[in-house]
Design a protein around this ligand. Sequence first.
Ligand code: 1CP
Length: 331
Amino acid sequence: MTLLLDTLALQPVDRRPVWVMRQAGRYLPEYRELRRRHAFQDAIRDPKVASEITLQPIRRFGFDGAIMFADIMTPLEAMGVDMTFDPGPKLRPMTLVEIADLPDLDLDRVEHVAETLRIVRREVPDEVTVIGFAGAPTTLLAYLLEGSGSKEYLPLRTAMHEGTPELDAALAKLTTNMHAYLAMQIGAGAQLVQLFDSWAGILPRDLLESRSYVAARDVLAGLDAPTIYFAPGTGHAHKSMGEVGATAYGVDWRVPIDVAWDRIGSDIAIQGNLDPAILLTDPDRIRRCVARLLERTAGRPGHIVSLGHGIDRHTPLENVAAFIDAVREAT
Ligand code: 1CP
C-alpha cells in the first residue's frame, strides 16, 4: 500500500499525500523543452516520451501520485474522432446520433497508453501511486457537441434539457467505452483512476443528478481499483454527489473543504482544494493558505492534498516547492 492508497482507504497516515492536476505540463521547463521536439499528440502516442513527461514532476518535486500523460480526448481519437489541439481540443462538432454511432474503442489503438502505464509503474518509486484517468461522459459530450472548449456549453445544455433517446444513446456509448478504457488502464498498472467531469458543473442540479452522476457511476461501477470523481463547480449538487459511488471526490476551491466533505459524505476520502491562483502569489502566503487548509481537515483521515483544479502554466517553480514543503512539514 502507498500513502495515497492508505489515505483513500481512510487509514491513519504519517502525513497527507499530495499531487496536483496538470502536474505533467506546461509550468515545467523540462516539459516545454520536450514539447519543442514533439507535438502534443505525438508525445502522447510515444510511450517513451509520455512516460518521461509523467515522471518529470515526480523527479522534480516528489509528488505522491504520478498521473499518466495523455488527454481526456485521447480515447475518442481511438474511436475515430479526428481532432487537433490548440492548446485545447478542436474538432468538427458532432450530432448525438453521430456520437452514438461511433465505433467502440479499439484497445489496440490505445495500446500506447497501456505501455506508458507499464513503463511508469516500473520506473516510479514504490511509494508513488500511478494514476490513470478518463473524461466523464458529460464532459466528453460537451466537447463532441461543441467542437472545442467553451464558456457556456449551450449545445450540451440544450441536449441535456431535451433529454431525447439519442442523448441516452450518446451517453451510453461514452459510458461503456470509458469503463473499458479505465479497466484497461488498471490492467496495465494504474493503481487509482480519476474521472474528470470538468464541465458538468455548468448544468442545473436536476440534470447533474439525473444524467452526469448516473453516467459517472456507471463508468466507475465494478472497476478493480479505487476511484476519484472530480467535478468542479458543483457546489450546488454536492449533497447527491455520493451517488456516483467513487472512493473519493475532488472538490474545487469555491467551497471550504470541510463543508464540501460533510455534504458529499462521511465515509469517503476527499481531494483538494487550494485555489490554483494561490500558487501564483508568494511562498509565505502559500504556506499560510496550506496551514489553513490542513487545519480544516485536521484529525480526519482521508484527505488528499491538491489544488481545486489544474495548476496554471505560469506558476513559478519555487511556489510549487513551497506548497509541497508546507504539506510535508505539517505532517
Ligand atoms: O503542451 C500543450 O500545449 C498541451 C496542454 C495540455 C496538457 C499538458 C493539454 C491540452 N492536455 C494536457 C495534459 C492533460 N490533460 C493531462 C495530463 C496529466 C496531468 O494532469 O498532468 C490530463 C489529466 C488532462 C485532462 C484534461 N484535458 C481535462 C480534465 C482536467 C481539467 O483541467 O479539467 C480537460 C478539460 C482537458 C481538455 C484540454 N486538453 C488540453 C487543454 C488545454 C484542455 C482544456 C482547455 C480547453 O478545453 O480548451
